[in-house]
Design a protein around this ligand. Structure first.
Ligand SMILES: Cc1cc2nc3c(=O)[nH]c(=O)nc-3n(C[C@H](O)[C@H](O)[C@H](O)COP(=O)(O)O)c2cc1C
Length: 181
């Protein structure tokens, strides 16, 4: 099943619209995790210690691993996140902290080499930007995580940019991105 990680905060989100059009085009069943409404917490001292203790025992049954389990077992990953402050909304970083459980999404060899453990072959990152989109700290980061650590073999970027610049027709740009899917 496709895991759709929706990080679009605004009600009238253009990123979510583009993502929905992509999912409709795929025409497959998907499960959505709407991060702005999830009870998902950053890794504080207590949670890090507990995670290390459980992961050390190879026990991933705890509720705290639910996001990591779902991510590792998904057939395909779709992430929709607007371009915020050269990156993405912080809720996505919190999600990444929560899924990066060594022993579930990734393991390390004795030489310290990461070996991906995720089932998905493909991750698609969908974004829209107010100005020109620079992928380094958003798609670029997710692509490194997916390919170098999670074992996801291919990634794709779908974007629409310049949406908040005077003189640019945001509606036409989004529609063009949808038509080109
Ligand atoms: C908190 C915040 C930070 C933003 N930071 C950037 C930015 O760094 N660069 C940029 O080009 N646009 C930035 N924008 C504009 C958004 O990228 C743009 O409006 C995008 O289309 C919003 O997506 P949405 O319609 O899905 O909410 C920012 C918008 C917000 C609300």
């Amino acid at each position: 099943m496709i895991l759709y990680i929706n990080c679009c905060v605004r009600e009238e989100s253009r990123t979510a619209r583009l993502a929905k059009a992509y999912l409709d085009k795929l025409g497959k069943e998907y499960r959505e995790v709407y991060l702005p409404e999830e009870d998902i917490q950053p890794m504080d001292r207590q949670r890090v210690n507990r995670r290390m203790e459980l992961a050390g025992k190879g026990d991933f049954s705890d509720e705290m691993f639910r996001y990591a389990r779902d991510f590792a077992n998904a057939d395909e990953i779709v992430i929709a996140a607007p371009y915020w402050d050269l990156s993405f909304p912080s809720i996505l970083k919190i999600y990444i902290e929560n899924i990066y459980a060594v022993g579930l999404v990734c393991r390390y060899t004795e030489e310290g080499e990461p070996v991906g453990m995720c089932k998905a072959e493909k991750l698609t990152y969908i974004t829209t930007a107010g100005g020109p989109y620079v992928s380094d700290y958003s798609y670029g980061y997710l692509r490194s995580l997916a390919m170098d650590f999670f074992g996801i073999k291919s990634t794709r970027l779908i974007k629409a940019e310049m949406l908040d610049i005077a003189g640019y027709d945001a509606e036409a740009i989004v529609q063009k991105a949808i038509d080109e899917l």
